[in-house]
Design a protein around this ligand. Structure first.
Ligand code: SF4
Length: 308
């Protein structure tokens, strides 16, 4: 059956069944170490996203533990990608980055890297190094936290950079032939449904290869939890049905070549009071497919591009 949206697949992209191994390479983030701020983005609690197998281990040990973790859950893979996810994984001198990345690449089952970072934590030297790894036959992908295309929102969540910074990083990365994934949060304060949908035109203008959408999850103990308690009317709170509707509207407006890697995230229940429960990602993907089918529409049906 032909899908109604462009679902990301490593098998299609590289001809291999690849499993990502989430790693914590010990980096921090300029929005937490005092360079830009100490409190971080108001929604962030990185601890909520770290698998237990990463704690207190070297990169090689995390890779072995990650492979064992996925194998015991019956997940078959031809090879693995080292996913540098925690905090900002290009936020260190190049010599340090090389040590960490190359330790991962030295593992016989690791075919490449996925580097999650902030757009203000890359420069030409780092990107050229990543491009050289790719030219040498490694899989290398860069994932930027875009979060929002609006400066007003980025300021409100204390992001510490503006959208022009994102625009530049994405273009500089894509120019070197590196696939670029963007991470976008739906439901940040002040963003209505209309504002979010209008922002898709801006995403369409970027040379992105893929996107991850996440519903805003209000994590306990974060500044956003307080903000939500004070001004709940500023937040677009959605149950899964309304969220799937919004995603269908987004996909209709999104360039069809942009692959969708994720449409939601879930943090362990201890971190949030989300009413979503433990809704599986595959279930939500299935619901989205059905919603597009019911509407007889597909990704890109109503695209209004302004050109990459
Ligand atoms: S979301 Fe990313 S950039 Fe923001 S504080 Fe957390 S680790 Fe830093």
């Amino acid at each position: 059956m032909q899908r109604r949206f462009n679902v990301f697949s490593y098998k299609e992209r590289y001809g291999l069944r690849l499993q990502r191994l989430t790693l914590d390479a010990g980096f921090t983030c300029p929005n937490r170490d005092g360079t830009l701020g100490l409190g971080g983005c108001t929604f962030c609690d990185n601890a909520a996203f770290h698998p237990a197998y990463t704690r207190g281990k070297s990169i090689s040990e995390q890779i072995d533990a990650g492979i064992a973790f996925h194998r015991t859950r019956g997940r078959k893979a031809d090879a693995y990608l080292a996913y540098f996810q925690a905090f900002s994984n290009t936020y260190a001198p190049l010599s340090v980055l090389k040590d960490r990345y190359e330790e991962a690449l030295a593992h016989p089952l690791v075919k490449g890297l996925v580097i999650g970072t902030r757009p203000d934590c890359v420069d030409a030297e780092k990107l050229e190094y990543l491009a050289s790894l790719r030219a040498a036959g490694k899989i290398v992908e860069v994932e930027y936290g875009i979060e929002s295309v609006y400066d007003k929102t980025l300021q409100r969540v204390h992001r510490g950079h503006d959208f022009a910074c994102t625009d530049k990083a994405v273009r500089d990365t894509a120019r070197l032939g590196l696939p670029v994934c963007g991470h976008v949060i739906l439901g940040l304060p002040g963003e209505t449904r209309e504002i979010i949908l209008e922002g898709i035109r801006i995403l369409n203008s970027l040379p992105l290869t893929s996107l991850k959408f996440h519903q805003l999850q209000i994590i306990k103990g974060t500044p956003m939890e307080k903000e939500f308690a004070q001004k709940p009317e500023d937040f677009l709170r959605m149950g899964p049905d309304a969220y799937v509707d919004l995603l269908a509207d987004i996909l209709e407006r999104l360039r069809p070549d942009i692959a969708i890697e994720r449409i939601a995230s879930s943090v362990p229940p201890a971190f949030t009071d989300s009413p979503w429960g433990l809704l599986k990602h595959e279930v939500l993907m299935h619901r989205l497919e059905r919603r597009l089918e019911q509407r007889d529409t597909r990704q890109g049906q109503r695209v209004v591009a302004i050109g990459p």
